[in-house]
Design a protein around this ligand. Sequence first.
Ligand code: ACO
Length: 323
Amino acid sequence: MIRSAICGIGIALPERVVKNAELEKIVKTSDEWIVQRTGIRQRYVAGEGETTVSLGAQAARNALDSAGLSIKDIDCIILATSTADHTFPASATEIQKILGMTLGFAFDIQAVCSGFIFALATADLYLRGEMVKRVLVIGSETFSRILNWKDRTTCVLFGDGAGAVVLEAIEGRGAIQDQGILASKLRSDGRHMEKLYVDGGPSMTQTTGHLRMEGREVFKYAIGMITDVVDACFNIAGIGPESLDWFVPHQANKRIIDASARKLGIADEKVVVTIGEHGNTSAASVPLALAVAVNDGRIRKGDLIMLEAMGGGFTWGAMLLRW
Ligand code: ACO
């Protein structure tokens, strides 16, 4: 059977690093509060000329380089983002232009922080349906552009960045030992919209708007939703947490990550945590964390990895894959 396997990974971060101390000058907050409540020590913030498209294109180039491939080898680009450069066209088509891809197709997926998992799951079906051979899946965000920088309850939490993978169709045996995506579970529940949303949009206000979040409410649902879809992936694959080599969660809050891993029975040393350096980069957070653990040598060929994310909507999802 066909499996979708990651054969290249790359990231891109803005030049400017903003440490917690710098935020103390903008809003009434402290490094101590931010670290203790979230685990965030710094985040990257896009400067002039750095956008979702430019960061996404750079991450995609790096992923192609790491795969030893060129853009000619790619049939499809799927970009997960909630901070597109333009209302339309899809930022994926702008990335397509920058990369010089004139065949195939490109489009955006909007599932907020869960976007990268939704994009991977979509690419997996295109690959297994033999519609395409290789897909560039990108998560790229510039949340700094939709933050209210006067609101200390949100502006300290988010950062900008991009991560990308090349997903390729390979032959598998239909067994748990196969390389590639082994199980996925996606969910959403629109009843939770008001807990995390952006208060603008083309049809409603003709503005971009700013992010609004009831943090305590999001926190309340996050752990149950995350563990639910991760458990579903374990069940689909017929394995338990002891079989896992790495848990690569969405990086929203260190306390959510710790509590989810504890509830799932995943040992601390198997959890990849990058929130301290990146903050919450929404759809970019999972590929950024994955790339860090690949590049520092923790994740090796054959390792079994669980990805998960939860975000606005609410949307949430998990994916089990073998590297
Ligand atoms: N600095 C200092 N004090 C602050 C700050 C800040 N930056 N922000 C809020 N406070 C204050 C509040 O005003 C409140 O003060 P009060 O008691 O006088 O009213 C106090 O700190 C406690 O506020 P809480 O909201 O109860 O703090 P909590 O411990 O819940 O932490 C946080 C807030 C970090 C937002 C937490 O609720 C959280 O992480 N929630 C989940 C958010 C999340 O994961 N979002 C992303 C998921 S989806 C996505 O990624 C898009």
